[in-house]
Design a binder for this molecule. Structure first.
Ligand code: NAG
Ligand code: NAG
Ligand code: NAG
Ligand code: NAG
Ligand code: NAG
Length: 629
């Protein structure tokens, strides 16, 4: 506290000057917010915000929390918690970067939705050349084996049956307000608007286990969506608890990945070039527990390659390469703390290439598993582009890529030539699995039928729990919802031969069938949300963009335009009505709070806001407790 006091004096000279510095910053910030309508004005807003960050983390977080509360962006406790957690990271960024460089543009894209991502910084990612005689992978027509894929479980250990479903917080079904009459009580097991109960998760793990699976892949996000409350102690305990549950309820190996929620603060994965901040505790926690399924070299990699690893599935010729790709995630604010470009933060891309080379050398096939699909608008264009170069180089080795994060049942296709996306040019499929959390759709998992010689996917079958079924809450049944081969194969004009896997060319043809056959496309949307709050997307711009996104192994090609009007608060979800990309996974991060800032300022008296801000934020030199880094 004493240290803080003196550093404040150093910054401001004497206290009354300091307060007037603060006061004029408030004027500048509020005025800049009202004018922040495009990318240029967003950069201009960063100038006074950088001034505020220079005063310290607490003045920054407290002021932005006050803005959040005064404009009614979220409940007060959510504003306070979210800013206390993530505000210091943004303040750190602002202190380190120029308000007008490329990292600032990315920050304006990520937090405010006011800039588009800048064009890719072209780079030929260093890769070996393709060998002359590549191994041919041919099916022997043997019986497929089963692999279960589940993701985004988001277990709320405080899920309370009987608590209010329709609350004002990002997740409901918690006993937030004892004493108020309950309008819509939470079910014993699960409710939409809420994350998964422990009982729902156990039921799903048992059902998955009953599918005769050889092994499972879990593509991340254990922790519930209370992102304004999470801390290291709680996250560690919850990660360990779920690791234990997977062991208890699934008898076969699980190959997990790290999700953006599996850390505190949410999305917080500092690069190794940032001193004094690290998420190594997550890698250590998971490395220790995942040794139940992984060999010593893989668990060692978890700890030393930022949560990534590579492992050959016992008794197979299949190498699973698990990547922590949250160093490519635009809501990981640590990525914007330098004006010096880092093409491969923490060496994750180099690790992917190294392990694919090892697979190629050993005559193995590989599956890539990671949390966030590199096709999604959440992935920074640069790293998505470099990753795509790796996919092109090793397309003969990669038999599939598997992701979660979007909570939606979808897919994306990589091509050799993105200017000419055809079935012949399609080279890789990204299989994106729907979430277990029922917050945005019925809870789901997927079962793949896998060719034991090529490790290609013969069929993908989705199972759901139907919350509308009155018996689900007490005796949950998980039913097969659809088979991709049955629904989409039969819809192709020439059908799809029984002995041919669901190749990238198959999925490209499915997107062509969507163009021709709108009923099939509407069926896809129904599946995407598992029949709940299905988005409305008609032929025209919306449908064109949706199909474009499916044909975008690289995020730069997915036709998504950043928009300041992005609004994805839980209570708005029933009114989902267009193809605006929703980062379902971020929950109430700063991006949710500060997207559409000018829009949120409508009906706000600016003078009044300035006065309230000046009185709402106490003298910061007394309050300073945060560490600066
Ligand atoms: C949820 O509650 C709000 C206000 O309390 C109310 O306006 C709204 O209609 C409710 N929504 C549902 C689906 O019951
Ligand atoms: C909610 O908490 C209050 C005490 O804070 C308790 O009396 C009440 O039984 C709880 N409700 C539920 C549904 O657990
Ligand atoms: C950390 O989070 C856990 C819940 O995950 C909570 O019980 C605990 O009170 C929190 N600790 C602090 C210091 O906030
Ligand atoms: C960060 O990680 C990369 C890739 O593993 C490595 O080459 C580099 O030396 C590391 N830098 C620091 C400062 O640890
Ligand atoms: C597009 O790719 C196809 C192969 O799928 C090729 O036959 C055709 O010539 C290409 N067209 C252009 C304009 O490059």
């Amino acid at each position: 506290m004493i240290m803080r006091f003196w550093s404040s004096l150093l910054l401001c000279g004497v206290l009354h000057i300091c307060q007037s510095v603060y006061g004029s910053l408030i004027d500048d910030i509020v005025n800049a917010i009202t004018q922040a309508v495009d990318c240029g004005s967003c950069h201009a807003l960063l100038v006074p915000l950088k001034g505020l960050a220079a005063l310290g983390n607490s003045p920054f977080s407290n002021t932005m929390a006050a803005v959040c509360k005064l404009i009614g962006a979220e409940d007060d406790d959510v504003c306070d918690g979210a800013l206390a957690e993530q505000g210091p990271i943004v303040a750190h960024d602002l202190r380190k970067i120029s308000p007008f460089d490329r990292s600032s543009t990315l920050l304006c894209n990520s937090i405010f939705g006011l800039c588009q991502q800048p064009a890719v910084q072209q780079l030929n990612f260093p890769l070996s050349s393709v060998p002359e005689n590549q191994k041919q992978w041919t099916s022997q027509g043997r019986q497929p084996f089963q692999v279960v894929h589940f993701s985004d479980v988001h277990i709320d250990r405080e899920y309370t049956p009987g608590a209010e479903v329709n609350c004002t917080k990002p997740i409901c079904c918690r006993n937030y307000t004892a004493g108020l009459p309950i309008q819509q009580p939470a079910g014993p097991l699960a409710s939409h608007n809420c994350d998964a109960s422990t009982g729902l998760v156990e039921s799903m793990l048992r059902a998955a286990s009953a599918q005769g699976n050889s092994f499972s892949i879990f593509t991340g996000d254990v922790i519930e969506g209370d992102v304004w409350l999470v801390n290291q102690t709680g996250v560690t305990a919850h990660l360990q608890q779920f690791n234990q549950e997977m062991q208890t309820f699934i008898g076969t190996p699980v190959f997990p990945v790290i999700g953006n929620h599996d850390v505190a603060p949410v999305n917080s994965f500092p690069r190794n070039t940032t001193s004094d901040a690290s998420s190594q505790w997550v890698f250590d926690t998971q490395g220790a527990d995942w040794s139940a399924w992984l060999d010593a070299s893989a668990t060692d990699a978890v700890k030393h390659v930022s949560g990534s690893y590579s492992a050959v599935v016992s008794g197979t010729n299949l190498r699973i390469i698990s990547l922590n790709n949250l160093y490519w995630y635009k809501a990981n604010f640590w990525l914007f703390d330098s004006d010096t470009a880092q093409p491969d933060p923490n060496g994750i891309l180099a690790f992917a290439a190294q392990e694919l080379q090892a697979a190629e050398d050993a005559g193995q096939r590989a599956w890539i598993i990671a949390h966030m699909p590199p096709s999604s608008s959440d992935t920074l264009y640069d790293q998505s582009n470099y990753f795509d170069q790796i996919v092109q180089r090793y397309k003969n080795t990669i038999a599939g890529q598997f992701y979660g994060h979007t909570h939606q049942d979808e897919f994306a296709i990589s091509y050799t030539d993105y200017t000419n996306r055809t079935a012949d040019n399609a080279v890789s499929t990204m299989w994106i699995v729907p979430s277990l959390t029922p917050s945005t759709g019925n809870p789901a998992f997927r079962v793949y039928d896998v060719d034991p010689d090529t490790y290609e996917i013969m069929d993908a079958r989705v199972f759901i729990g139907d919350l509308a079924d009155p018996t689900f809450q007490t005796s949950p049944q998980w039913k097969q919802y659809y088979s991709a081969r049955e629904v989409y194969g039969s819809a192709l004009s020439d059908g799809w031969p029984e002995n041919i896997p669901l190749t990238p060319a198959f999925w490209h043809q499915v997107t062509e069938a969507f163009e021709q056959n709108d009923a099939l496309f509407q069926q896809f949307l129904e599946f995407k949300w598992r029949g709940v709050h299905v988005e409305v997307c008609q032929p025209g711009q919306c449908k064109d963009d949706a199909i474009c996104a499916l044909r975008a192994g690289r995020s730069e090609d997915n036709c998504v335009v950043a928009s300041p009007g992005l609004s994805f608060r839980k209570r708005d979800r029933g009114e989902r009505s267009n193809s605006v990309p929703v980062d379902e996974c971020e929950g109430t991060g700063l991006g949710t709070i500060f997207s559409d800032l000018p829009g949120k300022m409508v009906n706000i008296d600016v003078e009044d806001l300035i006065n309230k801000l000046k009185s709402a934020v106490p003298e910061f030199n007394d309050q300073e407790t945060g560490t600066e880094f």
